[in-house]
Design a protein. Sequence first.
Length: 376
Amino acid sequence: MRAVPILTNVPLLDLKTQHAPLAAELAAAFERVLNSGQFILGREVEQFEEAAAALIGVRHAIGVSSGTDAILLALMALNIGPGDEVLCPAFTFFATAGCVARLGAKPVFVDSCATCFNIDVASAARLISARTKAIIPVHLYGQTADMDAVRDLGAAHGLPVIEDAAQALGAAYKGKPAGSMSDFATFSFFPTKNLGALGDAGLLVTSDDELAARARVLRNHGADQQYFHKLIGGNLRMDALQAAFLNVKLPHLAGYTARRRENAAFYSNALSRFHGSALHLPLELLANYHIWNQYTVRVSAGRRDALRQYLHERGIASAVYYPVPLHRQECFRTAETRSLPVAERLAKECLSLPVYPELTGEQLAAVTDAVTEFFR
């Protein structure tokens, strides 16, 4: 039996290592923006929008201040407001439902698929009412939802679809890029994402010319020219500096993704003997191209927290995304809150292991050795 090394250098993410080879380019980007005097929107943002639209396969990409604001802007452009209902998964990050509620609409929480963590479309279909105005599938952890089923459901009821692709830039479903299969799609460039800015930034994309034009106006206080306001919008614009940093990093995204996929494959191969009992490994569905924003295992029988502590004691970071499903959050919980059994089980079982591109072979082996020793 090989001893598990006691390390202190397996973080959940290592942005210093990622940025070190790009330091000169990032510094040059900073100098370029500083010297330009254009700090909000401008040519840096336009260049990033053009490159992102080409990557995603859409006609329009609209740089915004965060992934959260991208969701908010999509809902605003679709006129979602008081009295409306929007279907969204309960097992995901807060922003998806939070943006719905901020506009006075009601998030209607949908259960999840235990295999891929994404929205259960059959559950969504049962929750459609006369007040339902949109569906938001989230491509959780870097793998797309079943978009054929989502789009069929939306089409059957005349509902627009907003892909929350915050964790899925570069992912694909049946060869179609995440973000290209809906009325709107939203992306986040929070530093922990596969393509991370050096601060907050986001993107809203669409191939609908009218929706794009409306969103661009709403992004800038509802004005299509300064001080003349057609709509009540918001201050949702992307900073030029974040766009400049993203322009440096975007050409490296494919390489980052390839290494994440290699790391995920290493884990799945090394831990395959434990799959299906106390440990459930994540799967890449046949129709999908997974970009592994997170490598998230399920640990059954109440052992998740014990495994996390075991890893921590060996210097290996892990994270629980997400410990409380949205329908059980204090701000959304009501006397009528329904049980969503899969979402509730996932919240108790999920644990994400380090999968970032810069992991070394020694670090990967340390993680799998520690998990092996725990379950042996």
